[in-house]
Structure formats: structure tokens, C-alpha cells
Design a protein around this ligand. Sequence first.
Ligand code: ADP
Ligand code: MG
Length: 565
Amino acid sequence: STGTETFEFQAEARQLLQLMVHSIYSNKDIFLRELISNASDALDKVRLAAFADKDLAVDTSDLHIDLEIDSEARTLTVRDNGVGMSRDEVIILIGTIAKSGTAELMQKIRESKDAAGSQELIGQFGVGFYSSFMVADKVTLLTRRAGEDTATRWESDGGATYVIETVDDAPQGTAVTLHLRPEDKDDQLFDYTAGWKVREIVKRYSDFIAWPIRMAVERTDNDGNTTSEIQTLNSMKALWARSKDDVKEDEYKEFYRHLSHDWSDPLEIIHMRAEGTFEYESLLFIPSRAPFDLFTRSAKRGVQLYVKRVFIMDDCQELMPEYLRFVKGVVDAQDLSLNISREILQQDRHIQLMRRRLVKKVLSTVKGIMASDAERYQTFWSEFGRAVKEGLLDDHDNQKTILDISSFASTRDQDELTTLAQYVERMKDGQTEIYYSTGESRSTIENSPHLEAFRAKGYEVLLLTDPVDEMWVQSVQDYDGKRFQSIAKGQVDLDTEEEKANAGPEREQQEKDFAELLSWMTDQLGENVKEVRLSSRLTTSPACIVGDAQDMTPTLEKMYRAMGQ
Ligand code: ADP
Ligand code: MG
């Protein structure tokens, strides 16, 4: 082996570690769930790697997780014979936190006054490997990447630095050894050297893990002889394959945590089984809040594909459209080949059918929430509405449903959003179109002169302030036969027939009076405008700029310009 090298943790990693060392969680038991979850991922990965590369020097004959207790040394080791990590991977994966939004999150946690608040925040992030430091004052990790000869030993006390050493030989996979805190020694609650305690935690948090979790268990028979035997602690029953009636709420929640790394409970659980020619089981979750990276490029889709209980891939894009990327879960298909590649997936007709069915199910579930529980729907919409509206552009088949489950700010109320159905119901007699205005914020729109006539005449206007709104209003024709009409575009006719009849002579006179001014303005403004015309839509502002019906809105123009087009 070579000498040891000392490295510093990345700043955000150090902060997260500090939170663990000072144990902001009241429930320390979860460290084991995190380590088992990592081990399980590593086993999934090595199985896949061996499948993809027949020449890879790996042994996949007995993939499993071992838990080893050493009461004398007061250590607990979680060992897997999974994919392992290379030296560089250890430095990147364990020494840094690559997730986007980490710095912002850390800032928020520092600012949050109470412990419960910090727990909430950090839970959105997933505590992961560092949770070991809640119970250990030193952690050692020994790992060998599948296919590589040398291994890496990593060690840290959770302070500012860690040491790394290259070791000649170690079993395939990863062993994480926790040197349990001496101060917890006599505390029953934190006695992680007690077999019954470890078994209980595994049962509670990790029962559904698909790989065996084994531990040596001491047995004393009636004659007082003690023997040790290896036991498998978890049932390994895939949750999604069980019937709904058999699964407890808490089991769903734990499974969701395992999948999503989200501390809070899901907003909705969708468990369904499709039978017939193409069978599959699916267990989907709608989270109760958006992940930090929902709008970054790196955002992944949350649905995993399994084939006959075998994990095939994370982030299965073919099963969930981008606008529903926040949906987490598992889809397990019976009749696909384990060999299935992304290319085949894209063309597979069954996959397309599955996707269509899953999307419809998610949307109809949201519709159900909307009908039954206004508060829960509002949570959903404020967290995910912006993403869902992207579907108005991409998913023509479900446009109507997406419009049905959407809600928007409007001039009717300062805070309360309105659905389109509610808007339509309130439309004035003779109003045939849904009026909207796009803009950067509610206040910019409210201060724009375009709104004056609508306000004066008591028409409700939708206030669309998300960037995606600019896009979908261009492509969605109507809702319930009512066209979407921008108040900033083309000629909007707000006058009733009676008003028009009365306005006739008056209008003619005005046109005459202002003819000279209008032609002077047309000359002055030259190429910058298409036309200068007399408006009846303004009440207090002297003038405003109006787009042609086919023109881009100013915000959209800005977006295109920003993209360099
Ligand atoms: P997360 O699991 O959310 O990615 P963790 O902090 O739990 O975050 O782990 C960080 C990364 O370290 C994992 O994504 C994985 O790449 C790597 N890792 C952790 N434990 C193991 C392990 N037992 N085997 C292989 N890689 C591991
Ligand atoms: Mg993890």
C-alpha cells in the first residue's frame, strides 16, 4: 500500500457533516437505512454492469449485504459486494456534494432558527452517507471497484478532512465501518451493537430491499449452548408486487424515502397493476414538495424500470414525460427482456402504451385530489404547476386534462388562483374569449395600460407570469371552445352593441380630430411601429403599445433574444 493522503471536504460537505456530528436529527436510527440503501444501489449497479459487459471481472453469484457487529471494538460494519468505487470516485462521491442547490440549502439551514426547521430542510436533500456521523466518531470505508485490482481506504472523523490510502487488496464492493461514539455506550437507545436493535431497524426501514441483508445471530438453545448462525433479516418482498390491502401506509412511506431520498411523506401514492397481454405493476408517488433541481438541466425523471423484479434502470424517460419528471416510483414489467436497451425502449410499442396509461393515471389522480381536497391540490399546484404546464406544449393528447388541472392568478382575487372552469363560469354575458396577459410579475401586468379597459369594464383577466406561460398560450387554441385572447394583442372588442351604436358618431368625430396627430406620430415613429391607431381601451393612460395578433409578446421576445435568436 502507498502512504496516506489528506484531503479537505468541500465547503458544503463540511457544513452538512457538522449538522450530522451535532445530530440535528432526533432519530439517529436512520443512518442504517441510508447505508443499506447505498449498498442496495451498488448491488443493482454491479448486476447491470456485469450484464452489459460479459468480460468484466466481477462475481455476481451471491450479491448481498452483510451487517457485522463487534461489541468489543464497538463497531458496526455494513458490507456489500456491489460495484464499489474507484479512488477518484471516492474523492468525488464521498468528499463533495454534487447536487445542485446545495449552497443555497446550506444557507437556508444556517438561517433557520429551530432544529425542526433544519430537519425539514435537510430532509428535502436526503442525508445519505454522512448520516453515519450521527452515531460514529470515526468512519472507515474500504472499497474496490468491480473490475479493478487495487482498492481504496477512506477514513474521517467528520471534521474538516479525510484521509485516503490505496490498498492492494480488498474484496469486491464496499465495507463501511462505524466506530460508534463512546458517549452513547451505556444508552440503550443508541446501542447499535445489540443484534435485536439492528434487526429491528432493518425490519422497520429496509424490509423491502431486494437483496438479502444478513447478520450473524447468536442462539442459545435449551441446554445453554450458544451457536452463531447467519440470518437474513429482510423479507425482500417487492412492495409493488404485493396487493394494496397487504401494504401498510408506513411501508409505502419508507419505500418512498428509499426511492426519493425525500424526508417528508409523499402527497399521493398510486399503486396499480395492469393485467392482460402486457402485464406490469407500478407504484408511483407524487411528492409533497418539489426537489431543488426541478428546473435545472440535470433534473432526472424519477421512475425506475424493473423487469420481473430485477432493477433495469433509474430515470426511465420512456415511462414518464418530462413535464411529470417529479413523479417517483417503480414500474415492473413482466414481458420485457432483461437485456432491454434505451434504444429498444424508445421504439417498443408496449412501453409507449404503458407510458400513456401511467400519464393518464397520474393526471386523473391529480384531478381526483382537486375534486376532493382543495388544500392538497393547492400544495400540488404550487410545487409542480410550473412543470405540469410544460405538458401543454408537449402532450397534445392530454392537453384538455392538463388545462382542467391547472390554475392561474387572475384579476378577480389578489391571492386565490382560479381554474379555467371557474373562469368560464364567471364570464360576462356576451364574452366569448378567455382574456389573459403575460408578464414578468403580477405587478408589472397590473400596472400596464393594457389592463385599464378590461378593468374598467369589469372583465376578469388571467395573469400569467411563468416563463412557460408565454409558450403554451401560443399553441393552445382554446378551453371549452373559448379562445385564449391576449389583452395586449390585436383588436379586442370590449364594447357591447349598445355602446357601439352610441359611440358611432362620437367615434367618427374623434377620428377626424386626431387624424393629424396620428399621421404625425406614424411619421415620427417610422419603422418602429406598424400602425398608430386611436384606442378605446385606455381609460387613464394616454397611449400604449399593442402587438399584432401573431406577434410575440415582449417577454417572449426577451427570452428569444437571451437565447441568441
Ligand atoms: P446518494 O445515495 O443520495 O447519492 P449518499 O451520500 O448516500 O448520497 O452517497 C453518495 C454516493 O456515494 C452515492 O451516490 C454512491 O455513488 C456512492 N456510494 C455510497 N455508498 C456506496 C456503496 N456502498 N457502494 C458504492 N458506491 C457508494
Ligand atoms: Mg444514499
